[in-house]
Structures are given as structure tokens and as C-alpha cells.
Design a binder for this molecule. Structure first.
Ligand SMILES: [Zn+2]
Length: 113
């Protein structure tokens, strides 16, 4: 099972025969660390990741803005959603995780040990 981050340049790779769990819209704007406003710094192209999900009949799992706090957590090795619990970035991250979990449960995915 694979998860394909949305990019307008790479369509889902159906040729691999791997089931596609869904599409996550990465870098869906810039989350301002001062006021939590999400600025759309990239011009939308076409019908975007939701349209792509529709075209390929896979779920749209959500969007993740560019969040400087996420980068800082990664660099420090801190769990982002714990360290920054309740922030817009952490909420967006957990919303995607929730959708991934739904998809995994629906696909009856069995984790290999
Ligand atoms: Zn701001």
C-alpha cells in the first residue's frame, strides 16, 4: 500500500499495481508562525489534488501546509503533534493521519512483523 503526495507533475503510478491509499496535498500554503494564517504562496494549477483524487478514484486525505514548527521538530527529533499539540499544523497533520487510518482499516491492512 502506498501513499502518494500530491504534485501536479507526477500522476499516481498505477503501473506498479500497488493499492493507492490516497492523495495528501503537501505544501498547501504557508502557515504563518505569528498569526496562523495560511498564505497560498503557490498558484493553484488545474483542479488540484482533489481533482486528481477524483480522476483516479482514490480518496483525498487532506492537506498539510508548510509549517516552520514542523521543520523545527523534525530537526530536533521531537514528536511534532505532541510538542505543538492543538496548533493548526498539528491539527492538519492529525486530520490526515485519521483519514489514513480509516483507509488502512477499510483495506484490512495487516502489518507485517
Ligand atoms: Zn502572520
Amino acid at each position: 500500500m502506498i501513499l502518494i503526495p500530491f504534485t501536479p507533475f507526477l500522476p499516481p503510478h498505477r503501473k506498479t499495481n500497488l493499492p493507492v491509499l490516497g492523495i495528501v496535498e503537501n505544501m498547501s500554503g504557508f502557515l504563518c508562525p505569528c498569526c496562523s494564517h495560511v498564505a497560498q504562496i503557490f498558484a493553484p494549477s488545474g483542479d488540484g489534488p482533489k481533482g486528481m483524487a477524483n480522476r483516479f478514484n482514490v480518496p483525498y486525505l487532506g492537506s498539510l501546509p508548510i509549517d516552520p514548527q514542523l521543520l523545527q521538530s523534525c530537526e530536533k527529533g521531537e514528536p511534532f503533534v505532541v510538542k505543538h499539540a492543538g496548533t493548526p499544523g498539528a491539527k492538519a497533520f492529525l486530520a490526515v493521519v485519521k483519514e489514513i487510518r480509516k483507509g488502512v482499516e477499510k483495506e484490512d491492512y495487516v502489518e507485517e512483523t
